[in-house]
Design a protein. Structure first.
Length: 767
């Protein structure tokens, strides 16, 4: 058996017929012992027995049903002869995971996923769970985890592994229990005093030192239960450097960014909101306290009450809507009438693969919504976060509102009484300002969304995500922030747990005398001429680079390689006239005509018009609001509208390309971010190069003096080429003849469409 990792009061008891691993804390043990003595005096433990002994004896006397008699929190494993039993408390305060070994005969279990995966196979993500989280927001409400093959024991459930197989059995159906408690009207003469008694009984006498976290609903009733407090504060970023006062925890977006690698590894799975980082910081700053007393559960119990007086409950309602409505619904609601936020942010492949999985409906009544929040939509992932962060920093969260009997008792009251018991006076800021934080670190978030790993992940429509985030930047709101939090979480989680675990792929850089993968060195033109094309790899270009000096240097290196080879095929193919080709993209970049998408101020007209542009897999063209905005700036809105109208007429007449015929080649050369491009092209949109004929002439003049003979005599000049896998356009040239001839030389785009980093080419006409 694998011991529960990172747990508290973990004990192991061994007898001739059973072993138990136990994590948690029980209460009401005197009543439990009395019941045991009445049921089986011989098996009943001595008074004062520890919690593990009590749990084991409850199992021996009553079997699986004995777990429903345990008041408090627990995760346990009992090895009983030839069967293993795992069980978890009814509200799921303690965590418990397992996986089946490949041999099918063993189960590895633990209170963390890391313990379960230790010494096991290389972990892989569960695409189905990722899809479910991104599309519906669901977390921790089903057996499957984000790690393929790792499952959780659900609250109130026992997992029984026997030689005949593995089965799950509920020893207490928590949701049904809570639904039965609704509207019970306990009728206590002094509900506030009764609540106080219950909270005190739940806490007992915690190990000192103890601190209360006085934030959110339910905080008032906790006052006085400890003489120290830990109060979260969310300072304005101009005050972020101010030192916090004793007992005050200052949380900032900058600190979150610095912590997020450790935070994500501690959480082990993506989180539902920035509240998980609050738990992390509370545990971090409260590490000197043995016990931190929190009001978790009170906000969920207040769902349906007046959100103005209970802002945290209102936030939980929003989270519930996100959970059930999914990415598309939330972004649509967040964006109001702005259609760019209504598009799907998930990849077509991920959506189609799991198209049969949709969100479950939200409960219609407020009281039923509370039960959903306690069992499904809100509380489970928050309890996971509390447990993981407490384990990381060696403290314990005591949650007196989450005793099952207390939850039943509170659910029995009407809204007015609940509000009086849990609402209290002004509760303070209980949740991190998620939208503000994303705004603060927006450049870092952009870098994540525009990264190569994000583009290649297979989960997202990168262009849609970037456009939606750009709209969020212009008009931040909490609903959209929740969506981007999830997307960011998935990408960072993948990087932390999977990318780092995978060996870096071996990248082979091609030589100057090789074609790009999937391309050919030779091509026969329509007139029968054969050409040999050598694509040249370079480091990335930026606006600060001297295009001419870098191009001249690279051409010189090529001819050193060519003259040094003894391969007769290359020597024979390079005796004719030759030309230097350069991608218009790097010309535009070095001219400062390429810009990050977040620096482009997109107009309403650009957003509308871009929706009518057909996108292709090989280029975004004007199918992005960013590139359409550049086109409007380059040609003017009237001309763009005129060309659009002409395009419609042309299509009706069966003629294609009318738009670009009317608007001009300068607009045709505008291009936007594509996920397959190398940075910064994957996060940039660009205008066509300025004065491309002059650029070509300047390059020809600079290259000719450095060429050895006979190549200086056979040099025909320079072409500035705009090419992709669908078409090509010679934008500028310092060569004889019509552009069509040189465009035909690039019929199959030998430079490649992806991240080959080959923006230059030497092209010979073969004799």
């Amino acid at each position: 058996m694998i011991a529960l990792a990172g747990s508290y009061h973990c004990a192991e008891l061994t007898s001739s017929d059973g072993t138990i691993e136990f994590s948690g804390r029980l209460r009401g043990t005197a009543e439990l012992v009395a019941a045991m003595q009445q049921a089986d005096a011989d098996a009943a433990p001595e008074a004062g027995a520890d919690d593990a002994t009590l749990a084991l004896q409850a199992y021996r006397i009553w079997g699986i049903d004995g777990f429903r008699r345990l008041a408090g929190t627990f995760a346990l494993a009992v090895l009983d002869a030839d069967r293993l039993v795992l069980a978890r408390d009814p509200l799921g305060v303690e965590q418990l995971y397992f996986r089946r070994e490949a041999d099918g005969h063993r189960i590895r279990f633990g209170s963390t996923i890391a313990a379960v995966l230790a010494d096991g196979p290389v972990p892989t993500p569960s695409a189905r769970v990722v899809h479910r989280y991104l599309s519906t927001g669901a977390l921790d409400d089903e057996p499957a985890t984000f790690f393929e093959g790792v499952e959780r024991v659900l609250p109130g459930e026992a997992l029984i592994a026997e030689p005949s197989g593995v089965r799950r059995q509920a020893f207490l159906r928590t949701k049904s229990e809570l639904l039965r408690a609704l509207g019970a009207r306990p009728g206590d003469p002094d509900p506030a005093a009764e609540l106080r008694r219950r909270l005190q009984d739940s806490l007992g006498t915690p190990e000192q030192p103890v601190a209360v976290i006085p934030t959110g609903p339910g905080s008032t009733a906790l006052s006085g239960l400890a003489d120290r407090t830990l109060v979260p504060e969310y300072p304005d970023h101009t005050e972020a450097a101010v030192e916090a006062q004793p007992g005050r925890i200052r949380l900032t977006a900058d600190q979150f960014k610095a912590d997020w690698s450790d935070f994500i590894r501690v959480e082990e799975e993506p989180t539902g909101s920035a509240a998980a980082y609050l738990h992390y910081r509370l545990a971090q700053d409260g590490a000197d306290y043995n016990t931190l007393i929190g009001a978790e559960g009170a906000a969920q119990l207040l769902l349906g009450a007046d959100p103005a007086s209970n802002p945290v409950a209102g936030a939980v309602r929003l989270v519930g809507s996100a959970v059930r409505g999914g990415v598309r619904t939330v972004t649509r609601a967040a964006g109001g009438r702005r259609p760019e936020l209504a598009i799907s942010l998930l990849s077509d492949e991920l959506r189609s693969r799991y198209s049969d999985e949709g969100p479950a409906p939200l409960a219609a009544e407020a009281t039923l919504l509370r039960v959903d929040a306690l069992t499904t939509t809100s509380l489970p992932y928050r309890l996971r976060s509390l447990a993981k962060t407490a384990g990381r920093f060696g403290t314990r969260f005591a949650l007196p509102y989450l005793e099952l009997d207390t939850v039943r008792w509170l659910l029995g009251h009407d809204d007015e009484t609940l509000g009086a018991l849990l609402g209290g006076t002004r509760q303070g800021a209980a949740e991190p300002p998620q939208a503000d934080w994303l705004m603060r670190i927006k450049n870092t978030v952009y870098d994540v969304f525009m990264s190569e790993s994000f583009a290649n992940r297979g989960y997202f429509d990168q262009t849609a995500v970037v456009e939606a985030f750009e709209a969020f930047i212009k008009r931040p709101n909490s609903s959209a922030a929740a969506v981007f939090w999830r997307i960011l979480n998935v990408e960072l989680w993948c990087r932390e747990f999977f990318d780092a675990a995978q060996p870096a792929p071996e990248v082979r850089i091609k030589t100057d005398l090789e074609a790009n993968d999937g391309k050919a060195l030779d091509l026969v033109l329509p007139d029968g001429t054969s050409v040999r094309r050598y694509p040249l790899r370079t480091e990335l270009f930026s606006a600060s680079d001297d295009l001419t000096s870098r191009a001249v240097s690279r051409v010189g290196e090529f001819f050193e390689t060519l003259t040094g080879t003894d391969e007769q095929d290359h020597l024979a193919a390079t005796t004719g006239r030759w030309y230097f080709f350069i991608s218009e993209k790097i010309v535009a970049i070095t001219q400062g005509r390429s810009m990050f998408v977040w620096d482009i101020k997109v107009s309403w007209a650009a957003r509308v018009l871009s929706r009518f542009v057909v996108r292709t897999p090989t280029g975004i063209g004007l199918g992005s609001p960013f590139t359409m905005q550049l086109a409007i700036g380059e040609a003017g809105l009237p001309r763009i509208l005129f060309a659009s109208a002409g395009s419609v007429v042309g299509k009706l007449a069966g003629k294609r390309g009318v738009f670009y015929d009317l608007v001009g080649n300068n607009v045709r050369a505008i291009d936007g971010p594509t996920e397959y491009s190398a940075y910064p092209s994957n996060v940039s949109a660009k205008l066509p190069p300025k004065d491309p004929d002059q650029v070509a002439a300047a390059l020809t003049a600079a290259i000719r003096p450095i060429l050895p003979e006979p190549y200086a005599s056979t040099f025909g000049g320079t072409v500035v080429m705009d090419a992709n896998d669908l078409g090509r356009n010679a934008l500028g040239q310092d060569v004889p003849g019509e552009p069509k001839k040189y465009e035909e030389m690039f019929a199959d785009n030998p430079l490649g469409q992806g991240s080959q980093q080959t923006p230059l080419a030497i092209v010979f006409e073969r004799p």
